[in-house]
Design a protein around this ligand. Sequence first.
Ligand SMILES: Cc1cc2nc3c(=O)[nH]c(=O)nc-3n(C[C@H](O)[C@H](O)[C@H](O)COP(=O)(O)OP(=O)(O)OC[C@H]3O[C@@H](n4cnc5c(N)ncnc54)[C@H](O)[C@@H]3O)c2cc1C
Ligand code: FES
Length: 281
Amino acid sequence: MPFKILKKQELVPAIHLMDISAPRIARKAQPGQFVILRIDETGERIPLTIADFDRKKGTITMIFQAMGKTTTQLSTLKEGNYLLDFIGPLGNPAHIENEGTVILVGGGVGVAPVFPQARAFKEAGNKVISIIGARSANLLLWEDKMREFSDELYITTDDGSKGHHGFVTDIVKKILESGTKVDRVIAIGPPVMMRAVAGVTKPFNVKTIVSLNSIMVDGTGMCGACRVLVGNETRFACVDGPEFDAHLVDFTLLMNRLAIYQPEEKIAFEKYKCEREGCKC
Ligand SMILES: Cc1cc2nc3c(=O)[nH]c(=O)nc-3n(C[C@H](O)[C@H](O)[C@H](O)COP(=O)(O)OP(=O)(O)OC[C@H]3O[C@@H](n4cnc5c(N)ncnc54)[C@H](O)[C@@H]3O)c2cc1C
Ligand code: FES
């Protein structure tokens, strides 16, 4: 049964929001989980985090960055169009309980998956300190939504156009150095950012959780594509994760594996652009 796109919006350049009608997934979705979708019968399967869900309306919200063939093709779809496959909720829900003080760090499009966790940690009675970062002010996502569920909200931009001029890690370090008792840090964003956050929190011995975005195909533990090394053990991000102890993750392997299909991804994207533009090359 195809899945209808109920809402489609470009939030900031190249980052899009989509609400999909998927009542059965919405009924069970929890923060931290993801879906795997396929646009049409010739399309590839891609994983996207559940950025929000509405059980009453039966909708799942995704926020994605148009970066290659499939996400760009997805960004061209309109309200009223359909996705052929939409599978979920996949992965383990985030571990949410009353810990005390929790720092949530979202970088770039990673702010979207951080949002349902910020809300859930707040509702569980935690003090929520959120840090959201982007390259520039015009690329910042969901500041208002994050503010609603944060006791403190810090903004960082690489170019200094809004908030702190620098990286999210600068703020994490500042808070930890100030002596504030922090019980848990959750960081979601590019692997390089998650590795940097892990590096900052380790000397302070603060439990730090990251959500790993390794390449996924089936999302059910069968294909092995998403394998990651955590504490020197092979784990499958789709069924054992996607969240893991940041201090145990081998980020170098993760980043190397994310890059293994780059030549093929480049060809697929060029072919897609040629077909779309009717070029004869
Ligand atoms: C659990 C999980 C949740 C994710 N959530 C989000 C999200 O909420 N928003 C978002 O914008 N992106 C998210 N991603 C990343 C998203 O899946 C990739 O950006 C997308 O698959 C790229 O496809 P493409 O064809 O557009 O680009 P391509 O050019 O094919 O790939 C660009 C890069 O994306 C990564 N990638 C490619 N194929 C996959 C794949 N099958 N699985 C995972 N990564 C892949 C690789 O690093 C690759 O170099 C998530 C990934 C995972 C594993
Ligand atoms: S995506 Fe196939 S085992 Fe995880």
